[in-house]
Design a protein around this ligand. Structure first.
Ligand SMILES: Nc1ncnc2c1ncn2[C@@H]1O[C@H](COP(=O)(O)OP(=O)(O)OP(=O)(O)O)[C@@H](O)[C@H]1O
Length: 252
């Protein structure tokens, strides 16, 4: 990415609302995600993280308000090649090997034939799957399969990577390595990463945090700011205090 664009908004939401079924699932969110940053999206199960990610990726129906992504309205066709979205469900084909999957996705993404093998090798190395390149995807563990999906998303060198709980089911060493990869992508390529997680100790690995509860944004700031604001020692405690305060306010 052009360095001069760092610091611009990768995502800008104003009064963002989403209805699913009869319920209002996102209830008027206002936030900005800076280009080239690693932002964590945290909150209890069902608070709307996946819905928000789907809206940003342009695949969510019934979105109202303003939602600009990389300077264009979410869902605009040119954004398709600029965004990598890795859902919680692996998107790789079980009856192909890992390498065949990546070759297929590289071809779909329009990677030139001469670059294809090198790109696939780099993506395999990034997610630590080189040793499993020839394995049938059906025979991988759950964590290996989700890393194969992540490798597929990396092939297109997206400007915005949206990762829905990418570290679920991974051991601490792999989690640490993946977080190092996320920061490398942001630092070296200026990629913007929006990463959801349930795991609060991962919050400290993010530059910025968006804390959600029940379809609303509870807090938006750096881990240090959130700790200072609440007087808590950990982000987990800060989050719990913010939730408790929010629940108490609702009861009034
Ligand atoms: N297809 C759907 N139709 C109707 N409501 C839905 C649908 N999918 C999700 N919801 C509701 O929308 C709300 C937000 O769900 P969402 O999946 O965005 O939460 P989440 O924070 O990502 O949860 P988790 O951490 O468990 O993945 C929930 O109350 C859920 O029940």
């Amino acid at each position: 990415m052009n360095k001069s664009r760092m610091g611009e908004a990768a995502v800008r939401a104003r009064d963002l609302r989403v209805a699913r079924g009869r319920a209002q699932v996102l209830k008027g969110l206002d936030f900005t995600v800076r280009r080239g940053s690693v932002t964590g999206l945290l909150g209890p199960s069902g608070c709307g993280k996946t819905t928000l990610m789907r809206a940003i990726a342009g695949v969510q129906a019934r979105v109202t308000g303003t939602l600009d992504v990389l300077g264009q309205p979410a869902g605009s066709p040119p954004l398709r090649h600029l965004i990598g979205y890795v859902t919680q469900a692996p998107s790789v084909y079980p009856d192909l090997t890992v390498r065949q999957n990546l070759e297929y996705y590289a071809a779909v993404l329009g990677v030139p034939r001469v670059d294809l093998a090198a790109r696939v090798d780099a993506a395999l190395a990034d997610v630590d799957l080189t040793a499993h390149a020839g394995a049938l995807t059906a025979n991988l563990s759950g964590g290996q399969r989700s890393r194969a999906s992540l490798a597929a998303a990396l092939l297109g060198s997206p400007e915005l990577l949206i990762l829905d709980e990418p570290t679920v089911g991974l051991d601490p060493v792999l989690r640490r390595d993946l977080w190092a990869l996320f920061h490398r992508l942001a630092g070296r390529h200026g990629t913007t990463l929006l990463i959801s997680s349930h795991v609060m100790d991962e919050a400290d690995r993010c530059e910025r945090l968006l804390l959600m509860r029940a379809g609303r944004l509870l807090a938006d700031g750096t881990p240090a700011e959130l700790r200072d604001r609440t007087g808590a020692e950990t982000v987990e405690d800060a989050f719990l205090r913010l939730v408790d305060a929010d629940v108490a306010e609702e009861r009034v």
